[in-house]
Design a binder for this molecule. Structure first.
Ligand SMILES: [Mg+2]
Length: 238
């Protein structure tokens, strides 16, 4: 029994060293927002639209799209609505609005953001989402109000998992990598941030509420933001 308690605490409840952190960077999809919307859109809704548009079987539509997705993965195109609108000849931004009711904030996000504002942390939203997708999600959720700055990687013309992104970001939005915490559900993003010197890195246990949890070995993972809530008073160490 004791063993179980210790294990669950060590994997789930690692508190960030808040006094050592000035800047908190959040990813959006799969971190602040439930990844279910994106998975649903790209893997269920869009294949149906594509099969009707091309007059092909759904299974063929899925195969065709998956092949195109595979080719674009890891590049900024993967996240680029204009790229997909052009490639598929479909208005992707408009299609997304048709299922926008599925966009949802993950539990305790607003509590954490409110709490961090009270502690005078610099709070940044750093996302690979295309500006149009970002705008739709901010309108739908209202989370935009909590950030000091919101940056889409499209502005920097590099995806967050690409070499040089984090150095380039520093020129646009100065931060001290040694005193920065990044929370992101993508392992490849965390790994790239680590290579570029960001010190405090956290993943997410279950980015999509409708899918199985994922296991990341190198970084602590958050299942509920409640578990990393800073205490009321933080002893600042500068
Ligand atoms: Mg993400």
């Amino acid at each position: 029994m004791m063993q179980t308690i210790i294990e669950s605490q060590s994997c789930d409840h690692k508190m960030p060293p808040w006094p050592d952190i000035d800047t908190v960077m959040f990813d959006m999809d799969g971190t602040l927002l439930d990844l279910h919307f994106d998975n649903y859109f790209w893997q269920h809704f869009l294949p149906r639209v594509w099969s009707e548009h091309k007059h092909i079987e759904l299974s063929i539509a899925i195969d065709e799209l998956n092949k195109m997705f595979q080719d674009a993965k890891g590049s900024l195109n993967w996240y680029c609505l204009d790229f997909w609108a052009d490639k598929l000849q479909l208005n992707i931004a408009m299609l997304k609005t048709e299922v926008k009711h599925k966009i949802a904030i993950r539990p305790n996000v607003i509590n954490l953001l409110t709490n961090l504002r009270r502690h005078d942390k610099s709070i940044l939203l750093i996302t690979n989402a295309h500006p149009k997708s970002l705008q739709l999600k901010l309108e739908q959720t209202g989370i935009g109000d909590y950030f000091d700055n919101i940056i889409s990687s499209h502005t920097l013309r590099l995806a967050k998992e690409n070499h040089g992104f984090w150095a380039k970001l520093e020129k646009l939005e100065p931060y001290n990598p040694q005193r920065t915490l990044l929370i992101d559900d993508s392992v490849s993003v965390l790994q790239q941030a680590a290579r570029e010197g960001i010190k405090h890195l956290y993943g997410i246990v279950q980015p999509d509420s409708q899918r199985q949890p994922i296991l990341i070995e190198e970084y602590p993972q958050i299942s509920d933001f409640e578990h990393i809530m800073p205490p009321q008073h933080i002893e600042e160490s500068k």
